[in-house]
Design a protein around this ligand. Structure first.
Ligand SMILES: C[S@@+](CC[C@H](N)C(=O)[O-])C[C@H]1O[C@@H](n2cnc3c(N)ncnc32)[C@H](O)[C@@H]1O
Length: 221
């Protein structure tokens, strides 16, 4: 039985909006317009495969995917290793076309800020893939949900914005420094880089796309 170890700080005031770069978005509209259909492309799916492999490495049977979008991660979870997948997203439009999976899947439409799990899911992997830099108090919300679920490992994936995206660079840096301050044990720190096809050695004009993926363990073992 693990015991949840809360960090020293649960700071509601640490707000990304203070960066003056926070904007509220209409996610339903964005999905309805097809703005996020690119998430199904192979270039975006490799990071899902990696997240699934990390969750498996840490022997998690249930995956709770916050800001899951279409829930593509569930299709990468081996049904012999995982039992359940819970996809949570603020947008009901996001769940439109999930890829097939043999897992038992539950879809919950809610904002992370309003997600108060009714029961603990011991031994779960809690995933925050490309969502925390859209959240006003990312570390506060993450720690609150992780504690409520008694999560075994927490996997965060954030894009590594290119030089042209100063606003996103600020937000992503904010998220990583907030997570660092939680003082959780970092289990790994992986950067995945996808160069445009055919340009692996000569990508001068087109910046490669990168993601930084880190797993944390907040428990006393
Ligand atoms: C960039 S997409 C990432 C989707 C998927 N996790 C992935 O890695 O491809 C961000 C997702 O976060 C969801 N989202 C944004 N703000 C949210 C919030 N406050 N609570 C829950 N979901 C949110 C959006 O609807 C969207 O599906």
């Amino acid at each position: 039985m693990t015991k949840w170890k809360s960090s020293k700080r649960l700071d509601r005031t640490r707000s990304i909006s203070k960066l003056n770069t926070f904007e509220s978005r209409n996610w339903n509209n964005e999905y309805a317009l097809g703005n996020w259909s690119f998430l199904s492309e192979p270039n975006e799916q490799w990071r899902m495969a990696l997240i699934a492999a990390i969750a498996q490495e840490f022997a998690c049977r249930t995956v709770v995917d916050v800001g899951c979008g279409p829930g593509y991660l569930s299709a990468w979870l081996d049904p012999n290793k995982f039992q359940n997948y819970v996809g949570i997203d603020i947008s009901s439009e996001a769940f439109g076309n999930p890829l097939p999976s043999k897992l038992e899947r539950t879809w919950i439409t809610t904002a992370l800020e309003e997600y108060y799990p009714k029961k603990r899911i011991d031994g779960s992997a809690l995933i925050f893939s490309e969502i925390l830099y859209y959240i006003d108090n990312p570390d506060f919300q993450l720690e609150r949900v992780a504690a409520a679920l008694n999560s075994k490992c927490i996997i965060v994936s954030n894009t590594v914005p290119g030089k042209r995206y100063a606003k996103y660079q600020q937000r992503v840096a904010f998220v990583w420094s907030a997570l660092e301050e939680l003082g959780w044990k970092r289990l790994n720190d992986i950067t995945l880089t996808n160069h445009p096809i055919g340009d692996v050695s000569e990508s001068k004009d087109v910046e490669p796309t990168s993601w930084r993926i880190t797993a944390f363990r907040p428990h006393d073992e």
